[in-house]
Design a protein around this ligand. Sequence first.
Ligand code: G6P
Length: 473
Amino acid sequence: ATRKHSAGHPASFVVVANRLPVDRVTNPDGSSDWRSSPGGLVTALEPVLKSQGGAWIGWTGAADEDLDPFDHDGIEIVPVALSGQEIREYYEGFSNATLWPLYHDVVAHPEFHREWWDAYRKVNRRFAERAAEVAENGAIVWVQDYQLQLVPEILRELRPDLRIGFFLHIPFPPTELFQQLPWRREIIEGLLGADLVGFQTTGGAQNFSRLVRQRAHHPTQRGNIELPDGRRVLTRAYPISIQTREFYELAKDPKTKARAEEIRHDVGDPKHLFLGVDRLDYTKGIYQRLRAFGELISDGALDPAEAVFVQVANPSRERVEEYKKLRDDIERLVGRLNGEIGGLGRPVINYMHTSYGREDMAALYRAADVMVVTPLRDGMNLVAKEYIACRQDDDGALILSEFAGAARELRQAYMINPYDINQMKERMLEAATDSPRNKARRMRILRRQVFDHDIDRWAGNFLDDLNHFARSK
Ligand code: G6P
């Protein structure tokens, strides 16, 4: 990894994220190409990246891949290489077995290992150095998420001319939990290298401000943090969203409608189709939700001839121990429920451990009478917003955990506490059997919220604040 990279073109707008916005696709002849990955963040930032000759710095997802920057669709792609050991220690270890559970209210036990921290520091420095090489004078650099919290500080040391923004896509925990981290001071200082530190919710931004006051002893006032050297940092909430229009249009397509009908038919044309869609992650409350549904059937409150649960679990972080364990737990539960309360040819839970493309997702959302989103803790939860965007009529019902960031905005959802199984059962029943009038009233308000606050508006708000705030210094 000592060879010198070609630096690529200098860019006035640079995104730094753990993952690149492209996926590798292998052709039948064995050669490979890059295809834009489907995420909303990529699509939202695409216009800005293209108009400004932007660059995106990130990891390809493979080990030991030392690639030169290349152009993809008018965006400069700048790969950062990670060794197998760095993937284990920085990505699977510190990012996903230390920070992830700690920031999600320790719903799983975070592991603290000094070697993992060393790898995290080293890899963060590598990302920052790449950004410093690529950014032109006075450029805007937008750093994304918990994997890269040290990048703002390192980058500022290397390039004081830059305007640096940071956005955390996951929750920022209460100070009492954050303090467990042996490297808490370093993380705070890492983040304070940015001009603007954005969070999903005001709660997250407040947790951060409080932490800065208590641990770093910097004065803060209404999101303004004053550093001893006179520099100011702004911290605020920017609830992320989706490409609402695009989802709506996709769902409206007659092909999607036909596919939705086919799905309902395939699962036995039930009266109530419940749907869950999540990365297979222990923060998502999948186990609790399936148990609640199972009890509704075994209690006799729901008839297995009328109600079906479709659970799509997207494979995720499969080499991390907690994720393996979770998969075993969920699959054992699904097997038990289908064995006990399902009938021949009629499983009560249709469980798929796979990922679907956007078209299939839109069809699933259209097919679902009740969308069940029950995370124990979630930064935002975009599945909830996608469901709303895809509904064509004023029917359908969204069950939403109060512990998802989305609950701050989607107040007309059927709200639940995922730890309260009885309440979850009641709400599932209510959502399934509520009057069309009640459902329509809720859905209209939800729809307005998601249409008025799409991801373009999110990116625009963040970048406007970064521009104006940093200029006014
Ligand atoms: C969450 C995180 C993202 C991450 C994604 C998928 O949404 O906030 O930073 O990219 O999960 O996880 P993975 O570990 O596969 O990148």
